[in-house]
Every structure is written in C-alpha cells, then in structure tokens.
Design a protein around this ligand. Structure first.
Ligand code: PMP
Length: 368
C-alpha cells in the first residue's frame, strides 16, 4: 500500500510540510552547511577513543543525567573566552543547539504561546516552534539584513511573544546584532509581558565582535545558546549548550528526557574540550578565508552582506536557484536558503574556496 504522511492521522499543523534538510550531495566541494572543513586532529581522535573506551566499560549504567563534569568544562570555556564568570549552574547541554532550542520552546513556548524571530534567520527556530506547538511570528529585518530596531520593537509590542529569538551572527546573512539592539529588544519584550529572549550565538567565535554573555548579568529572562558544531569543528558530535540564570537551567530540566546526553556523547565532548586550543586554532584561518571570500566576491562584481560568521551571503540574482544549480554543475555545493536573490557559501579550506571562486567567476553574467 502506497501511503504518504498526509494519509496518516498526523497533527494538523504538520500536514503538507516537508522535513528540514540541506541536500547532502556527494560532490567534491561541499560549502553548504556551515561546517568546519578541517577534520579533528589525530591526537584528539586518539583521546576521544580513550575516553569513549572508558565510558564503554560503564554502558550498562545510565549516564550522568545532569552532565555535571561536561557543564563545568563548558562553563570554564565560556569564562575563559568571554571574561564573564559563568558557573556550572549557569550551563545546560543537549544534543546540538537544536535540542537546546527545542527544550527552551517546550519550557517557555508551547500551545497557546508564541515565539518571534527576525527573518530571514535560522529557519529551525520557526520549525522547532511548530514542532512544539508554539505559534510562530515572522518579525521584520531591514533591507540590508540588519535588525531594524523600531520595526522589531513594534512587532514585539504588538504580538507580545513568549520567546524572542535573536541570532547573532545571523544565519543565513552573517549579520551581527549590536548589544544595544539586544538590550532594547529585551526591554521591549519584558515591557510587553514576561518573556524569554534567546540569543543564538552558534557562530560567535567567528565574529569580529564579542559574545553577549555579559548581558546575562541581572537579566534572568535572557539565554545565550552555543554549539560545538561550528568553531569546534564537531558537527557530528551533536553538542549544544546554553548559558543563563540557574533558574532557567532548572526549568529546562522539567522537559528534558531523562539521560538525554549519552555517556558516549559526554565522553567525546569532554575529550574535545581538552583540546580547545587546537580546535579553535582553525577559527582564525576560517575568519581570514571568510574575509578573502568577501573581498574576492566584491572584486568580481557580486553584492555581499557583511559577515561575522563562517559563511558569506552573496547575490544578487534574478533566479538564485538557477545559479545554485550552475555552481553545483561545477562541483561546488552552496546553499539556497530561499532568500530571494541571494545564496550562501560556507568558508572552506583555501583550495575549496578557490574552487568556489573559480565557479562564480564564470557565472558573473547571472548577476541581476
Ligand atoms: N543556530 C544556528 C543559527 C544555526 O545555524 C545552527 C546550525 N546550522 C544551529 C543553531 C544548530 O546547530 P547544532 O544543532 O548543530 O548545534
């Protein structure tokens, strides 16, 4: 029997929808999912094997449900890199920052509640909202993809959302959000009704500016979410985390599944955190490759959105999907995020970036 999703008694809001997913195509140069192009160094691979072997000896037992050692190590990383004191009680970890976001929406959103994001932004915020029964509000962004503060404040005052997402640097545009804008939106959100403001800093290590962690001081309804998928080069590990007031950490534990972080995940993340310096050494290289991409794209004649992330949005095209296909035909996979006129390329190795630049040089005629 040939059944489709819509033939099943699925929830009404899931009817006719398709799952999130960038194409995972087998092409020589993959610059479409903002991954770090460098494999983990061999010494770290060895250390992971060691720690996982130890963990394997205890796999008959459930893992540490509260992941205390890992949260302590993550807190230290945040303190060391931001200068702002973050303690174990301020940190929570989950399987990727997507799960962190899901737990936040399960806790502070849900049926009868709403969340807002300023779009175009990370599409999973809206999709996870839908999955948790939270109403989604698409807030505005300016022509230049920065957050237009008066318009954003107006949207918050009008819709009185329960959760506000601010992605900085923003995906897919690369745009950083200044601290003053985040503060103003926090105030606007609290004035409308008590609500949580989630600053998604998945790409912050690549930014020209600093993390907004110090804004947590005295703001119990603010959350900063982070990931090891990008700067740490460990997208396959699935480890995301948040920093917030300890009460927020207590609150998300109301919805997390017991033992959600496997012992193998915890052991692997702890091994990776022992090698923070080695892992982060690629960040500087990727930042300079990102800046090179911006410079060369501009020199060829493309428009580029200023980027603080490990990717660059470029355009403009009358038909961006057609250009995406032409780039793919040249063996390079970039991302069509559905932002009309624009495509996004992740900074890869210098050789990968050269392959991308060669491809788009040939396609300059498509600039609309
Ligand atoms: N936030 C943003 C802005 C992202 O772009 C991504 C991944 N593309 C995530 C969160 C989720 O990353 P992960 O679940 O791998 O931590």
């Amino acid at each position: 029997m040939n059944l489709g999703i819509d033939d099943l008694p699925v929830r009404e809001e899931l009817r006719g929808k398709s799952p999130y997913g960038a194409p995972q195509l087998d092409v020589p140069v993959r610059l479409n999912t903002n991954e770090n192009p460098y494999p983990l160094p061999e010494a770290l691979v060895e250390r992971i094997a060691e720690r996982v072997r130890e963990a394997a000896r205890n796999l008959n037992r459930y893992p540490d449900r509260d992941a205390v050692e890992l949260r302590t190590r993550l807190a230290k990383y945040l303190t060391d890199t931001s200068g702002y004191e973050v303690g174990t009680a301020n940190v929570w970890a989950a399987n990727g920052s997507n799960e962190v976001i899901q737990q936040l929406l399960q806790t502070f959103g849900g049926p009868g509640r709403t969340a807002i994001g300023f779009e175009p932004s990370y599409s999973m915020h809206g999709l996870i909202a839908r999955g948790t029964g939270t109403g989604w509000i698409s807030g505005p962004r300016g022509e230049d993809f920065t957050i237009d503060l008066p318009a954003a404040e107006k949207a918050v005052a009008e819709h009185r959302p329960d959760v506000v997402f601010i992605t900085t640097p923003n995906n897919p545009t690369g745009t950083a959000v200044p601290a003053e804008t985040v503060l103003a939106l926090y105030e606007a959100a609290q004035a409308a009704k008590p609500s949580m403001v989630v600053v998604d800093e998945a790409y912050i290590e690549f930014s020209h500016g600093d993390s907004l962690l110090p804004l947590l001081e005295g703001r119990p309804n603010l959350v900063v979410s982070r990931t090891m998928s990008k700067a740490f080069g460990a997208a396959g590990l699935r480890l995301g985390y948040l920093a917030a007031h300890p009460a927020v950490v207590d609150a998300v534990q109301l919805v997390r599944l017991p033992y959600h972080l496997s012992a193998v995940t915890q052991a692997t993340a702890l091994a990776a955190l022992e090698h923070t310096d080695t892992l982060l050494k690629y960040v500087e290289q990727l930042k300079s490759e990102r800046d090179r991409l911006v410079g060369e794209l501009l020199a060829i004649g493309y428009e580029v959105t200023a980027s603080d992330a490990n990717f660059v949005q470029f355009g403009r095209f009358a038909d961006s999907h057609e250009v995406w296909q032409h780039i793919l035909d040249r063996g390079v996979l970039v991302r069509d995020n559905g932002v009309p006129g624009w495509l996004r390329v992740t900074a890869g190795t210098p050789e990968e970036n050269d392959a991308f630049l060669d491809a788009v040089r040939e396609l300059k005629c498509f600039v609309g």
